[in-house]
Design a protein around this ligand. Structure first.
Ligand code: NAP
Ligand code: MG
Length: 498
C-alpha cells in the first residue's frame, strides 16, 4: 500500500479554483454565506485541507429557494422553449467535456478516487447524462383521452416547480448530473446541496452553468452541513419537490421533513446487493467481474455487489480468485497514476468501514484478503477485503459497509426459489447480479430477485438511458432513463365541454 504523503502536481485550472474560498451560487451570482461562515474541504489521500467553502445555513436556503421561485414563475426560464432549454443543457455537457481533466482532478482530490477512474467513468458519465436529458427536453408531451359524451380531454405535462436536490459524496459530479439533468430538461428550477465532504466539483459545475447561459436562479448551489442546510431545504415550505441520494437513515428524516408541505419525494438510498454465482459460471469472467462489482470506486458505490452467494462446487475457486485479485489492487493516492484504488472519503468513514471489518473478524469471519484495519500514513486507505465464514445474522452481512469489503457465503441448494430467498434476505433492494451460462436460470433468477437493477454476467453497468433505483428500503422512484422525467413533472388533465 502506497500511503506516502507525496504531493502530485495539479493542473493550472484546478490550482486556480482552489486558491480562493469558494462561494455559494445563488440567483446567478457567487455570494458569501449570510453568516459569513466557511468550512474546510479535505484531500482524503493526505488528510489535509485543500480548499475553503462558504457554509450555507437556513438563511441561505431561503435566499436560494426565493431565487429559484422567481426564476420558475417569472424569469426567462419560465417562457423558454423546450428546444432552447435542451440546447442549454447540451451546452453544459460541451463545457464539461472541455474541462474534463480539471473535473477529474477535483473529483480525485476531493473524494479520493483515482484520477484515472474519474476521467474514465465519473466525468464521461456525467457528460452523457446531460446530453441524454438534453434530448428529452423536446420530447415531453401529453396525450388526448376519449371521454363518453361531448368533451375534449387532453393531458399537459408541466414542471413540478422548485426542486431541492441533496446528494452524497461517492460520485459527487455524477450525482449532481443525475439530479440536475432531468430537472433542467423538464423546466424546473433547482437548489442543489452537495455533500459537505465533496462540494468542489458541484461548485465548479456552477461556473459552467453560468458560462452556458442559464438564467439567474435556475440552478443554485449551496454547500453546507446536512443537519443545517440539508434539513432547512427538506423542510422549506416553498420547495415543491425534494430528490435525495444518501443513507436510509437520512432518507427517513427527509420524508418526515417533507411532510410539512407534502412536497414530492424521491429517494435513492443504500444497498447490500447480492451476487449469485452458479456452478456453471465462466470463472474467467466471473472472478474479475465480481471483484469489479465490489472494489470499483473503493466499494463506495450504492449498488456494489457486497454479498456473494456462490454454489459450493465453485466457492473455493471463486473466493481464491477474488482474493488474488484483491491483493493485486494497488491502493494509493488517486493522483498517483499507478493507483487503482484510492483512500476512503473521510476519517469518519475510515473508522466506520474498519469498524465493520473488526466486528466481522471478532464474530468469527476470516479474511481471505485484506482485513488489516490499521491506519497507514495520513490518508484513509483501506485494503480490499474478502470475508468468509460469515453467518446470515452478522452486521457485516446485513448492513451496508460502503467500503471495499465483500462477504462470501456458499449455497448447496439447486432450488432457485430457495437461492432467491437467501439473496433477497435484506431490507435493501437496489441491485443484484447473477452469474451463469444458463440463460434460463439467469432470467428466472432476474425475475425472482427484488432489486431495481439485475445484471446477468456483469455488475455495475449503468447508463443514462437505464432506469436506476431501489425496491424495499433502497428508495422511492427511479433515476435516469425516461423514468427520471416523471420525478420532475406534474400531469394536468384538461377537459372542455364541446
Ligand atoms: P448521508 O449521510 O445520508 O448524506 C447524504 C446527503 O444528505 C449529504 O448531502 C448530507 O449532507 C445530507 N444530509 C445529512 N443529514 C441530513 C439531514 N438531516 N437533512 C437533510 N440532508 C441531510 O449519506 P452519505 O454518507 O453522504 O452517503 C453514503 C450513503 O448514500 C450510502 O448509504 C449509500 O448507499 C447511499 N447512496 C445511494 C445512492 C443511490 O443511488 N441509491 C448513490 C450514492 C450513495 P452532509 O454530507 O453535508 O452532512
Ligand atoms: Mg474532501
Amino acid at each position: 500500500m502506497n500511503a506516502v504523503s507525496k504531493v502530485f502536481p495539479l493542473g493550472q485550472k484546478t490550482r486556480e479554483f482552489l486558491s480562493s474560498p469558494r462561494q455559494l451560487l445563488i440567483d446567478g451570482r457567487w455570494v458569501a454565506a449570510a453568516s459569513g461562515k466557511i468550512f474546510p474541504v479535505y484531500d482524503p489521500a493526505r488528510g489535509e485541507v485543500i480548499a475553503q467553502v462558504a457554509e450555507a445555513d437556513a438563511e441561505d436556503v431561503d435566499r436560494a429557494v426565493g431565487a429559484a421561485r422567481r426564476a420558475f414563475e417569472t424569469g426567462p426560464w419560465s417562457t423558454m422553449s423546450p428546444s432552447e432549454r435542451g440546447r442549454l443543457v447540451w451546452r453544459l455537457a460541451d463545457l464539461l467535456e472541455r474541462d474534463a481533466e480539471a473535473f477529474a482532478e477535483l473529483e480525485c482530490i476531493d473524494n479520493g478516487k483515482p484520477y484515472s477512474l474519474a476521467k474514465a467513468a465519473d466525468v464521461p458519465l456525467a457528460i452523457d447524462m446531460f446530453r441524454y436529458m438534453a434530448g428529452w427536453a423536446t420530447k415531453i408531451r401529453g396525450t388526448t383521452i376519449d371521454l363518453p359524451g361531448s368533451y375534449l380531454s387532453y393531458t399537459l405535462k408541466e414542471p413540478v416547480g422548485v426542486v431541492a436536490q441533496i446528494i452524497p459524496w461517492n460520485f459527487p459530479l455524477l450525482m449532481a448530473a443525475w439530479k440536475l439533468a432531468p430537472a433542467l430538461a423538464t423546466g424546473c428550477t433547482i437548489v442543489l446541496k452537495p455533500a459537505e465532504q465533496t462540494p468542489l466539483s458541484a461548485l465548479r459545475l456552477g461556473e459552467l452553468v453560468l458560462e452556458a447561459g442559464f438564467p439567474p436562479g435556475v440552478v443554485n448551489i449551496i454547500p453546507g452541513y446536512g443537519e443545517r442546510a440539508g434539513a432547512a431545504l427538506a423542510a422549506h415550505p416553498d420547495v415543491d419537490k425534494i430528490a435525495f441520494t444518501g443513507s436510509g437513515e437520512v432518507g427517513k428524516l427527509i420524508v418526515c421533513a417533507a411532510a410539512g408541505n407534502l412536497k414530492k419525494v424521491t429517494l435513492e438510498l443504500g444497498g447490500k446487493s447480492p451476487v449469485v454465482v452458479f456452478p456453471d459460471a465462466d470463472m474467467k469472467a466471473t472472478i474479475p467481474g465480481v471483484s469489479f462489482g465490489i472494489f470499483f470506486n473503493q466499494g463506495e458505490t450504492c449498488c456494489a455487489g457486497s454479498r456473494l452467494y456462490a454454489h459450493e462446487k465453485v466457492f473455493d475457486q471463486l473466493v481464491e480468485g477474488i482474493a488474488a485479485e484483491a491483493k493485486k489492487i494497488k491502493v494509493g493516492p488517486g493522483m498517483d497514476p499507478s493507483s487503482q484504488m484510492g483512500p476512503l472519503v473521510s476519517e469518519e468513514h475510515f473508522a466506520r468501514v474498519t469498524g465493520y471489518i473488526r466486528s466481522g473478524l471478532a464474530q468469527g469471519a476470516q479474511a481471505a484478503a485484506g482485513g488489516d484495519t490499521t491506519r497507514k500514513g495520513a490518508g484513509y486507505f483501506v485494503e480490499p477485503t474478502v470475508l468468509t465464514n460469515v453467518k446470515p445474522g452478522m452486521n457485516v452481512v446485513r448492513e451496508e459497509i460502503f467500503g471495499p469489503v465483500l462477504v462470501a457465503s456458499r449455497f448447496c441448494d439447486d432450488d432457485l426459489i430457495a437461492i432467491a430467498r437467501e439473496a433477497n434476505d435484506s431490507v435493501y433492494g437496489l441491485a443484484a447480479s447473477v452469474w451463469t451460462r444458463d440463460i434460463s436460470v439467469a432470467n428466472k433468477m432476474a425475475k425472482r430477485l427484488k432489486a431495481g437493477s439485475v445484471w446477468i454476467n456483469c455488475h455495475n453497468v449503468i447508463d443514462a438511458a437505464l432506469p436506476f433505483g431501489g425496491y424495499k428500503q433502497s428508495g422511492w422512484g427511479r433515476e435516469m432513463g425516461e423514468f427520471a422525467l416523471d420525478n420532475y413533472l406534474e400531469v394536468k388533465a384538461v377537459t372542455t365541454a364541446l
